[in-house]
Design a protein around this ligand. Structure first.
Ligand code: DX5
Ligand code: ZN
Length: 241
């Protein structure tokens, strides 16, 4: 019976494909947000870099606010910032649907999670490649999404770090063992091949900049990534048994 298969409940979690606007044309973000909307993607990933938490600067709430009316996609705002405290309200007001903060912020994480919840937004928690996944454990019950960084954050177009794959497996094992419901997202160097590897490890949410915006057809690239992810989803294989 379906409900007697403990591994399968989260198999109903659909695959999410989230193009990262960072790889779009910075002189035409609006146009690329519209392209993403028409591509069949589920979310738009927006990378916010403050030049301090990461050695690069991207864009701020005014850009998000300007793009918001052009797209109905879920806005997945990734705050690579040392002081998210001062940015949560501006990004919530600008139209973020989810805000992702980094576990490397240490003891401030708990308060930030509650602040995001109070703003009625989904909460994400990101873990950088050198950071042990165990640091995220105390928060997993409270969050909507765990973002496993598969490159060191700061720049698009970097190579996928394979050593991050066991973290995805661990996050998936914890989710299954505890009945938790956070999504497992991967971000950095995601293309059709690495998306397959991440899906096999348990990821269900795929952030990709260069490989999607750099493709000749964004729509075809999104469709293929969704297919590849589904074909490599071990939970779907369980359902077929
Ligand atoms: C990296 C960002 C990513 C970036 C991914 O610091 O968090 O979201 O846009 O870009 P690609 O897919 O090009 O590695
Ligand atoms: Zn990101």
């Amino acid at each position: 019976m379906f409900w007697r298969q403990p591994v399968t409940w989260y198999a109903l979690m659909t695959t999410i494909i989230a193009p990262s606007l960072l790889a779009g044309n910075h002189a035409a973000f609006g146009k690329d947000a519209v392209r993403a909307s028409k591509s069949g993607a589920d979310w738009l990933h927006l990378d916010i870099m403050d030049g301090h938490f990461v050695p690069n600067i991207s864009f701020g709430p005014q850009v998000v606010k300007a793009v918001r009316p052009l797209s109905k996609l879920f806005f997945d705002v990734h705050l690579m910032c040392s002081k998210p405290e001062i940015l949560l309200e501006p990004f919530a007001g600008a139209g973020a649907d989810e805000m992702i903060i980094h576990v490397e912020l240490g003891e401030r994480v708990e308060g930030l999670i509650w602040k995001i919840k109070k703003l009625n937004k989904k909460v994400g928690l990101a873990v950088n490649p050198p950071t042990p996944i165990s640091l995220a454990l105390p928060y997993l019950e409270k969050i909507d999404l765990l973002l496993v960084m598969t490159v060191n954050p700061g720049f698009g177009g970097q190579e996928f770090i394979h050593e991050c794959l066991p973290k995805i497996q661990q996050a998936e094992a914890w989710r299954r063992a505890n009945g938790w419901s956070y999504r497992i997202s991967v971000d950095g160097g995601i293309n059709h091949q690495t998306a397959a590897e991440c899906a096999r490890a348990g990821a269900d949410t795929f952030v990709a900049g260069t490989s999607l915006f750099g493709a000749r057809s964004l729509k075809a690239a999104v469709t293929k990534m969704r297919k590849v992810a589904a074909a490599n989803d071990p939970a779907m294989a369980d359902l077929k048994v």
